[in-house]
Design a protein around this ligand. Structure first.
Ligand SMILES: Cc1cc2nc3c(=O)[nH]c(=O)nc-3n(C[C@H](O)[C@H](O)[C@H](O)COP(=O)(O)OP(=O)(O)OC[C@H]3O[C@@H](n4cnc5c(N)ncnc54)[C@H](O)[C@@H]3O)c2cc1C
Length: 417
């Protein structure tokens, strides 16, 4: 480890490895450090498939040292403090590391305890509650052990990684319940704080057909506020989007202004926030996320700090696909700054995508930008996918085999994708 790096990256996840690899592969900088405490790097997009029993957790995992690009120093520590006025970070062993440019990519903090009762029920191995975000193998066990009743799929009101993952898991679980024999005795409910199943029109139209086919009860405008782990009740405060689609006669409880749904099986994403050390450094904006310009990804106060990935406060979905488009923008902007140019012409347009698995063997690919426009990748036509808003088996193959291949062999290796 050196005392100073020209480019210092916080985090060896999707964003951190991708940017360090590209900087080195393109020969833009030779003095690159990555601060990352973990021994392993995970391909998180496959967690949904693990939770549905169609992907092995071991295959999502690679030793961190195998993804750290040659030429970068791996600083195997945690950043506990950023001192942006002094251009340095402080590590968990009290060492200090200086930088010219800092790329902040430590992901987000998942914290079940932000919803009272949620941590307790998640910790209970026999509760039927789980999350593919934190323990996808438990979710698959829960699916197999479920004997029928109300299967509640929900999500918190905070932003989460890949906002579509909770419903992907639901579509797969609904089919798995048919195989286990539980489906006939089950009401499947999706309770969300949103007002639509998905914000992009052609994708929404397809998903509503899936919802009908699978006979799913949608409950909109439901802000999850508490879990009663003993009685297995999820309590919600209704918001102005309250509405229902496909009333299956699920028992609903009322307490003061709250609506309760009693469940026998629960899946949720964890409430998520920016890591504490990012907040404590004064780098976040009012909503608690890293304060970067949404087009240049440059910090709004500290011009030599950039943010990518889940930590960034951007009005788009937090995905690896978004990072793929963010990285070239940040690289270009750092290059310009080094050459004394602060007029950035390369802009991130908010591109993100969500591979919405709708069943075993079926997927639609939602791609969109800051304007909420559907922006399908023309390259898909090479794969005979002419309308990626419609369910397709080829897209399923892309999810299960193609995207993991691209991730490990292109994105992690600093190659253009
Ligand atoms: C269930 C699920 C399904 C998903 N599905 C998809 C999908 O289909 N498509 C898609 O594109 N994306 C998907 N994603 C999202 C995608 O995986 C994330 O958006 C992406 O990994 C974020 O990258 P990141 O670098 O911001 O954070 P991460 O990849 O989470 O990496 C953060 C890294 O920072 C390290 N770190 C944390 N704190 C510190 C610290 N203090 N000091 C140093 N290092 C630190 C961590 O150890 C970690 O290695 C999914 C995610 C989940 C959980």
């Amino acid at each position: 480890m050196k005392e100073h790096y020209s480019t210092l990256v916080i985090g060896g996840g999707t964003g951190g490895i991708m940017i360090a690899s590209q900087i080195l592969a393109k020969g833009l900088d030779k003095n690159v450090g990555i601060v990352e405490p973990a021994d392993f790097h995970f391909y998180q997009p496959a967690y949904t498939l693990v939770g549905a029993g169609t992907y092995d957790l071991e295959d999502t995992k690679r030793p961190m040292k195998s993804v750290i690009p040659a030429g970068a120093d791996w600083i195997k520590h945690k950043v506990v403090k950023i001192a942006p006025d002094e251009n340095k970070v402080i590590l968990d062993n009290n060492d200090e590391v200086g930088y010219d440019y800092l790329v902040v990519s430590p992901g987000l903090k998942q914290d079940f305890s932000l919803v009272p009762g949620l941590q307790e029920i998640m910790d209970d191995p026999d509760s039927g509650a789980g999350s593919v975000y934190t323990d996808p193998e438990k979710v698959w066990r829960n699916i197999q052990n479920f004997k029928g009743g109300v299967a509640l799929f929900t999500q918190p009101t905070t932003p989460i990684k890949c906002g579509g993952a909770p419903q992907k898991l639901m579509y797969l679980a609904e089919s798995a319940f048919k195989k286990t024999g539980a489906r006939d005795k089950t009401k499947v409910v999706f309770a969300t704080n949103g007002s639509v199943i998905f914000g992009i029109k052609p994708i929404k139209e397809t998903l509503m057909k899936v919802v009908d086919r699978k006979n799913i009860n949608l409950k909109f405008g439901h802000n999850l506020v508490e879990i009663d782990p003993e009685e297995k009740i999820a309590w919600y405060e209704p918001n102005k989007n309250l509405g229902e689609y496909n009333d299956l006669g699920v028992e609903v409880l009322k307490k003061d202004d709250r609506i309760g749904i009693k469940f026998d099986f629960l899946h949720t994403a964890p409430p998520s926030v920016a890591p504490d050390f990012v907040k404590e450094a004064g780098l976040t904006k009012e909503n608690g996320w890293l304060d970067v310009d949404q087009y240049s990804l440059q910090h709004n106060k500290y011009k030599n700090i950039f943010g990518i990935g889940d930590v960034a406060g951007l009005p788009t979905a937090k995905t690896g696909a978004a990072i793929r488009k963010q990285v070239p923008v940040v690289i270009d902007n750092i290059e310009k700054l080094k050459n004394g140019i602060d007029n950035f012409d390369k802009k991130y347009n908010g591109y993100s995508s969500c591979p919405l698995v709708t069943d075993y063997g079926k997927m639609v690919l939602a791609e969109f930008d800051y304007d909420g426009k559907f922006t399908p990748d023309p390259k898909l036509k090479w794969m005979f996918v002419f309308d990626s808003s419609k369910e397709s088996w080829i897209l399923w193959l892309l999810k299960k085999f193609g995207l993991p291949y691209l991730y490990w062999n292109k994105m992690m290796k600093g190659k253009d994708v």
